[in-house]
Ligand binder design. Structure first.
Ligand SMILES: [Zn+2]
Length: 291
C-alpha cells in the first residue's frame, strides 16, 4: 500500500499534475499535545495543504497524535512511531517496556511507517546502547521502516557507530548544522549509504547554523549538498518552545509560524540548481520512505 501511494504521487509528478517546482515534502514535522492546545488537527492539515505539501513525515507526542493528522489529511501524511507515548515521555521512554510493545503493534498493523524522532543529548541518558532503543532498532529492521534520530554530539562517532552497526536500516540524521560541521557530516555520508541528512529547525529563529543572512546556504554546506544531492532532505519542524522562555505547561504556537519556516527553506532551496532542488525538496524523501 505504501509503495502504491508513493508511486501514485510520483506518477502525478511525471505526468505534470503536480508541479515539482512548488511541491514540498516536509520531511520533519511534529504534532504534539502542546501544539494541539493552540492549533487543531484540521488547522494543521489546512496549513500543510495551503503550502503545497504533498508528503510529510510526522511524529507526535504522544505518538498517536500523528495518526490523527493522517486520519484528517490522508495518505500523504506519513506517521512515524514516536517512543514518547505520553506527554512527558521524552523523559522516561528509555526505561519503559510499554514503548516497545506499542511500537510493535503499531508497525504490525500498518499504522506507522517509521520510528522517531529519538533524541540523544550529550551528557544525558539514554545512550545508543540502551536496551529499549536496541529493541526499536530490531523492530525497524523487522518491519523495514526508517528511523529518525537526533544525536547531539561533538563528533560523528556516535552516529557513525549506529549507522555502521545497522546497515539494513535507513536512518535520518536530524537537524544537521549544529555541532557537526560539514566535514563530519561528509564522513557519515561516506561511510554509511543508509543515511539521509535533514536540515529541519536550522532556520535563523531557532538553531540556525546552515545559512547566510540572505538565507542561502553557507559555502561549506552548499558544497556538501551539491556533492551529495541524493542524501539531503529538509523539513520545517514547527516546534517553537525550544528557544522561548516559556513554561512547559503552556501551548506551543509553532504551527502559526509555518509560513515563515516554509519560506526560509524554499529560499535556500531556490538558490540550488533545479535538479538538486527537486531532489531535496521532494524526491529524496520518497526514495527513503519507499526503498
Ligand atoms: Zn524534531
Amino acid at each position: 500500500m505504501k509503495k502504491y501511494i508513493l508511486t501514485f504521487i510520483y506518477s502525478m509528478l511525471l505526468t505534470g499534475k503536480v508541479s515539482a517546482s512548488d511541491n514540498f515534502a516536509d520531511s520533519h514535522i511534529h504534532f504534539n499535545w502542546d501544539h494541539r492546545e493552540e492549533t487543531s488537527v484540521e488547522e494543521v492539515v489546512d496549513i500543510l495543504r495551503q503550502h503545497n505539501v504533498g508528503l510529510t513525515i510526522v511524529a507526535g507526542t504522544p505518538s498517536e497524535l500523528a495518526l490523527e493528522l493522517r486520519e484528517q489529511g490522508g495518505e500523504w501524511i506519513i506517521p512515524f512511531f514516536s517512543p514518547y507515548i505520553h506527554e512527558s515521555g521524552k523523559r522516561d521512554w528509555y526505561k519503559d517496556e510499554e514503548v516497545v510493545k506499542r511500537a510493535e503493534s503499531g508497525l504490525k498493523n500498518g499504522q506507522y511507517y517509521g520510528i522517531g524522532e529519538v533524541h540523544f543529548m550529550n551528557g544525558f541518558l539514554p545512550k545508543i546502547d540502551n536496551p529499549i532503543f536496541l529493541q526499536l532498532i530490531k523492530l525497524a529492521d523487522k518491519y523495514n521502516v526508517p528511523m529518525l534520530i537526533h544525536i547531539d554530539s561533538g563528533n560523528e562517532i556516535t552516529f557513525q557507530q549506529l549507522c555502521l552497526a545497522n546497515p539494513n536500516i535507513r536512518f535520518i540524521f536530524a537537524h544537521a548544522g549544529g555541532n557537526l560541521r560539514p566535514d563530519y557530516i561528509e564522513k557519515i555520508l561516506n561511510r554509511c549509504d543508509n543515511v539521509w541528512i535533514d536540515f529541519a529547525a536550522r532556520d535563523p529563529w531557532r538553531y540556525g547554523g546552515i545559512s547566510k543572512d540572505d538565507y542561502t546556504l553557507l559555502p561549506d554546506w552548499k558544497t556538501l549538498v551539491l556533492k551529495y544531492p541524493e542524501r539531503f532532505i529538509t523539513g520545517t519542524d514547527p516546534v517553537w518552545k525550544v528557544t522561548r522562555w516559556s513554561t512547559w505547561d503552556t501551548g506551543d504556537e509553532g504551527w502559526t509560524h509555518y509560513k515563515k519556516l516554509y519560506d526560509y527553506h524554499w529560499t535556500w532551496l531556490n538558490d540550488l540548481p533545479e535538479e538538486v532542488r527537486k531532489k531535496i525538496a521532494w524526491e529524496n524523501t520518497q526514495t527513503l520512505l519507499n526503498k
